[in-house]
Design a protein around this ligand. Structure first.
Ligand SMILES: Cc1ncc(COP(=O)(O)O)c(C=O)c1O
Length: 391
């Protein structure tokens, strides 16, 4: 089955009792136990007993996502952060060393650089993940994990997943990859050698800005460890309704991604040719330093995130955001509607950013599914109000 067909049919479990052709939402905390529960297969983490551990909507979604990423198994969680935490919590032990991209989503950054070192005693090195020599230079005998995003959030640098997998495996470590910006069919990190791929399902895979979820996908053995270790006992199971919503949203993922990518490319090109803009970072631009790496790894487009910087004062940039009429100022990404966020980070977090993102702040545009023409008109009008007409 091709990915497009799988997106429509994968993971769906028609209802035996009613004949409903879509899996109904099972809002039940428990499933019927046999009179003799000792006969249950205790080594099956997906056993239908209790919804904190498993549920039919969760199982269908796991099935769908595992196949979409060409992994053996998937563990779905209540949020992307829960999936990331579940994976790190399972893989790492006190004293282990982790190498992490110096640009990753803020929650991941804090989890890996602050919370896990304090609570679990892991040691962490932040590196420019696009500099493979820098990655090799910080490997230690205790290195257990390299973690990166394919396209990094919020400065969209592009990691070379196959090269990182070789470095990790050469050191006896694992490579985990957050592919939230690049869901299938854009990229399948497991095909490039990653050991585990994670997504915030909240973003493109659900796609409608109305449900949160997360997933970790990889070999069955590792995924089962994550389920037993970090899902069953730590909690974080997805609600059946959210699993159902994400399943429904994911039906149109390939089509939506195509539109996200086309719109983002058009907007990035518009901004890059606009003298009012200081810097546009989008791997789809021929002049972007990450274009070549993205072109080798991605199929069908360069994602929906365009980050840019505008000169002028802080107040000018606030005014620009305020003057947008169609584009909404809000965090998150991968929604049907276009979202924009004017983001400022502390120096230690912005150290790896391209300049002037550190100085001017970074404006992250999460391009949606509207007409590119309308989005460009909205950006142009707001820029004109603050900075004067495009010359
Ligand atoms: C790349 C990336 N990974 C993980 C997350 C966390 O996902 P969630 O908000 O579903 O917990 C985000 C959230 O923005 C993200 O952008």
């Amino acid at each position: 089955m091709t990915g497009d067909t799988w997106a429509v049919h994968g993971g769906n479990r028609p209802d035996e009792t009613t004949g409903a052709i879509r899996t109904p939402i099972a809002m039940a905390n428990s499933y019927r136990l046999p009179a003799d529960p000792t006969a249950l297969a205790e080594d099956d983490p997906d056993l239908l007993v209790y919804t904190r551990e498993s549920g039919v909507n969760q199982l269908g979604l796991q099935d769908k996502l595992a196949h979409a990423e060409r992994g053996e198994a998937a563990a779905v969680f209540t949020t992307g952060m829960a999936a990331l935490h579940g994976a790190f919590f399972t893989i790492l032990a006190p004293g282990d060393h982790v190498i992490v991209s110096d640009i990753v989503y803020m929650g991941t950054f804090d989890l890996l650089t602050s919370l896990l070192p304090k609570k679990m005693g892991v040691q962490v090195d932040l590196v420019d993940i696009t500099d493979l020599d820098a990655v090799r230079a910080v490997i230690r005998p205790s290195t257990k994990l390299i973690h990166t995003e394919v396209i990094c959030n919020p400065d969209p640098k592009v990691a070379d997943v196959a090269a990182l997998a070789r470095i990790a495996h050469g050191a006896g470590a694992l490579l985990t990859v957050d592919s939230t910006f690049t869901p299938p069919p854009l990229m399948r990190p497991l095909d490039h050698g990653a050991d585990l791929v994670m997504h915030s399902l909240t973003k493109y895979i659900n796609g409608h800005g109305d449900a949160m979820g997360g997933v970790a996908i990889g070999d069955r053995d590792l995924v089962d460890q994550i389920k037993f270790g970090a899902l069953h006992h730590v909690g974080g199971a997805i609600a059946p309704f959210n699993a159902w919503l994400i399943m429904r949203g994911s039906l149109t993922l390939p089509l939506r991604l195509q539109r996200h990518c086309e719109n983002a490319q058009a907007i990035a090109e518009f901004l890059a040719s606009d003298p009012r803009i200081d810097l546009v970072a989008y791997p789809g631009l021929a002049g972007d330093p990450h274009h070549a790496s993205a072109s080798v790894q991605l199929t069908g487009g360069y994602g929906g995130i365009v980050s840019f910087a505008i000169a002028g004062s802080h107040q000018d940039r606030v005014q620009f955001i305020d003057d947008l009429r169609l584009i909404t100022s809000a965090v998150s990404l991968g929604h049907d509607e276009t979202l924009i966020a004017y983001e400022h980070y502390p120096p230690e977090r912005a150290a790896g950013f391209r300049e002037p993102f550190g100085d001017h702040g970074l404006i992250r545009l999460a391009v949606g599914l509207e007409s590119a023409k309308d989005l460009i008109a909205d950006l142009d009008a707001a820029l004109t109000t603050v900075y004067g007409p495009r010359t």
